[in-house]
Design a protein around this ligand. Structure first.
Ligand code: NAP
Length: 407
């Protein structure tokens, strides 16, 4: 929660001959409250010169993400720019799937930036797992966080969750470690859930929905040989593809169709992440991590298949959602979220052995995956349009390892 900055010693009201006496004051103290970030009170003394140097200088000093100006009106030639104080106080973001790996990191970053957050869970009984994870990350004030029960397969709860919300980050979608026998177990909640969220968002006057799709909706139909995967590519949802890949493709397609035909003023932006890794918070992991990190560390994976994957850190996935939410050029676009390069399971195993030798004991000695299976994809659009700068794939994977308890 923000409070308007105040100057010390009644500074605003002092005038000489009707003119502000700003030149006599060498110092001003700004008091900020940002209870949602755990920085309950920050007093920063800045010289006049610092104020006038630049807005970004002020921004850096206060360590705040700000976009609008707050004038201290009575002082001539002196305008204190604090990035979007009002916006930070008032904006509410709905994050669906707060119990998930991406969901929890996204909530954390939103709270750290001073947003109010609504989040949906299938059952409110899972609320404590979210609170514990956020506490682990240093959040100790939860007044800006509200919980709503809603399932992707039911209409109940969505209207309440989206009421008064400015933006929606639709992250929730079933992502099991093992494919179900019936693909509809994934497709129906993914597709119908996305449509439910879009409809509720539109009805509530939300500005933009950011949908977490996947590289699964991009890279599984074309022959990867001699092809650079971009946002122009689509997986063919009518082909014989695994249920999860199909669910993400069908859901994203349905979302774009809805926006084109019935979306009205509602904007859609889609993020297409590759394999998401990075730190586990409060024990909230995901299938990607359980398979490709824990599976390799524990020696469950013993061979490197003819397959390579893009890698991205969950913190960078959360960050790209936040940027895509408000970036003026993000509406109507999809963005591949990946670090540079791809890796095979052999590469991951060798990285872990070299960089974290204390884990090496159980890691299998694998044969390298042949070069012809190294696919190519680009993060150029996310970097250039959104200014997104992801960590390296190695940093993402090692952060996962470092966040896991050792047996
Ligand atoms: P996750 O930890 O399994 O999170 C999935 C979230 O979706 C959970 O909060 C889960 O709730 C929720 N969910 C599943 N079925 C639901 C339903 N019927 N109704 C309401 N909520 C439901 O996986 P994640 O890695 O964070 O995935 C988040 C998003 O990223 C998903 O859209 C996924 O497809 C996408 N993605 C993930 C990766 C990756 O490598 N992890 C890569 C690309 C894209 P419960 O806790 O109740 O199960």
């Amino acid at each position: 929660m923000w409070e308007a900055p105040t100057t010390t010693n009644g500074f605003r009201n002092r005038k000489t001959n009707g003119k502000p006496q700003h030149h006599t004051r060498r110092k001003v103290q700004i008091q900020l409250r940002q209870s949602t970030t755990g920085i309950s009170e920050k007093r920063i003394a800045l010289s006049w010169q610092s104020f006038f140097r630049s807005r970004s200088d002020l921004h850096n000093k206060l360590k705040l993400d700000v976009t609008a100006k707050l004038p201290i009106a009575l002082i001539r030639n002196f305008v204190l720019f604090i990035n979007d104080t009002n916006k930070m106080t008032n904006q509410t973001i709905l994050v669906t799937g707060g119990t998930g790996f991406v969901g929890i990191h996204t909530i954390l970053q939103l709270l750290q930036k001073g947003y109010h957050v609504n989040t949906t869970l299938r059952s409110l009984s899972k609320k404590d797992s979210i609170l514990n994870a956020l506490k682990e990350a240093g959040i100790d004030d939860f007044t800006a966080l509200a919980f709503f029960e809603a399932d992707l397969t039911s209409d109940t709860g969505w209207e309440e969750a989206v009421a008064g919300v400015d933006y929606v980050l639709h992250v929730a979608s079933p992502f099991p470690a093992q494919d179900p026998r019936d693909e509809n177990e994934l497709i129906i909640p993914a597709r119908d859930g996305a449509l439910r969220v879009l409809k509720a968002a539109q009805k509530a006057g939300v500005k933009r929905v950011v949908l977490t799709s996947s590289f699964a909706a991009i890279g599984y139909s074309r022959n990867p040989k001699d092809h650079l995967f971009t946002e122009e590519d689509w997986t063919d949802a009518t082909a014989a593809i695994p249920p999860y890949i199909k669910s993400k493709t069908v859901a994203e397609k349905a979302a774009w169709e809805y926006i084109e035909t019935e979306g009205g003023n509602l904007e859609l932006t889609v993020i297409n992440p590759v394999g998401i890794f990075g730190p586990v918070l409060g024990g909230i992991s995901s299938a990607s991590l359980d398979i490709a990190v824990s599976g390799i560390l524990n020696g469950v994976i013993r061979e490197s298949p003819n397959f390579t994957m893009g890698v991205v850190d969950v913190r960078d996935v959360a960050a790209i959602h936040l940027t895509a939410m408000t970036h003026p050029e993000a509406g109507g676009e999809r963005f591949i979220a990946t670090s540079d390069g791809v890796m095979s399971f052999y590469d991951v195993a060798e990285l872990f052995k070299k960089e974290r030798p204390e884990w090496a004991e159980k890691i299998a000695d694998m044969q390298p995956t042949p070069n012809e299976f190294y696919i190519e994809m680009t993060n150029h659009k996310a970097k250039t349009v959104l200014g997104w700068q992801p960590r390296s794939k190695e940093a993402a994977l090692l952060a996962s390892v470092d966040s896991l308890p050792r047996n």
